[in-house]
Structures are given as structure tokens and as C-alpha cells.
Design a protein around this ligand. Structure first.
Ligand code: RB5
Length: 145
């Protein structure tokens, strides 16, 4: 399997959770890059979702983690880039199915919605679950562009 390299980014609402999730990625012996933000000063989630999507499309990383208050704005930003499949996941089952069926390449979480332990669990599942593959899933993903 290709080695996983992760890009993380968050807006001000997600900054603190991003810091915790970096430790979780490290504990899995997975390399990561941190694309900001680096404090709780207000920034626009639109910029940070786009940053992660762009490095993923360029091939510098093959998974992304984006965090804002709800996980919604930053996932919408990432999903505007072709070939990005960012999934908002607030439980481990959704994170697992996002990988198995959708081959999601970015997990998006809302720091104001879930606690850090649930977020860590979602992240672990997301980073350790392979795409199930198979004609039907591939056909649907190809249609997404
Ligand atoms: C920022 O206040 C908040 O709107 C943002 O983090 C996010 O929840 C948007 O979807």
C-alpha cells in the first residue's frame, strides 16, 4: 500500500482540535504537514479547505484533515476542487464508510460539534481503512469528477 501522508488545516474554530489531531497522526507513525491556521485569530475556512485540497491534488499528500466549527464550511471549500472527496464525519461508522465506499480523501470535522476523543477515533478509522474497491463504487466515484 502507498504510504499515507496527511495535510491538516483548520480555521480558528478548529485550531485547538487540529493541534490534538496532529499528535494522534504522529502516534500512528504517519507523516503530516500542517497548513495552518496557527492560532485562534479569526480566519476564513474557505482558504484552509482550499489549501488542503490543492496540496492533495498536486500529490504532495494523499489524505487531508480539515476542521472548522461545524466541519461544513471547510468541507464545502475542499469539495469545490476537482477529484476531492471531503466527507464530514462525526462518528467512526461514517468515517469508515467514507473510506470503504466513497474513497474519501479528506475527512472534515466540526470542533464545535464533537469532542476530541470522538474526533481522534474518527481520524484513526479514516486513516486506517482502505477503499473497498469494486466496479460499483468506482463507477460512482468516477462520475463525481
Ligand atoms: C466560524 O465562526 C464558523 O462559521 C466556521 O468555523 C464553520 O463552522 C463554518 O462552517
Amino acid at each position: 500500500m502507498t504510504q499515507i501522508i496527511v495535510a491538516l488545516a483548520a480555521d480558528h474554530a478548529g485550531f485547538s482540535l487540529k493541534e490534538k489531531l496532529k499528535s494522534e497522526v504522529e502516534s500512528m507513525n504517519i507523516k503530516y504537514i500542517d497548513l495552518g491556521t496557527n492560532n485562534t485569530d479569526a480566519v476564513d475556512y474557505s482558504d484552509y479547505g482550499k489549501k488542503v485540497a490543492e496540496v492533495l491534488v498536486e500529490g504532495a499528500v494523499n489524505r487531508g484533515v480539515v476542521i472548522c466549527g461545524t466541519g461544513i464550511g471547510i468541507s464545502i471549500a475542499a469539495n469545490r476542487i476537482n477529484s476531492i472527496r471531503a466527507a464530514v464525519c462525526h462518528d467512526a461508522t461514517t468515517a469508515r464508510l467514507a473510506r470503504l465506499h466513497n474513497d474519501a480523501n479528506i475527512i472534515s470535522m466540526g470542533a464545535r460539534i464533537i469532542g476530541s476523543e470522538v474526533a481522534k477515533e474518527c481520524l484513526r478509522v479514516f486513516l486506517s481503512t482502505p477503499f473497498e474497491g469494486g466496479e460499483r463504487h468506482l463507477r460512482r466515484i468516477v462520475k463525481l469528477g
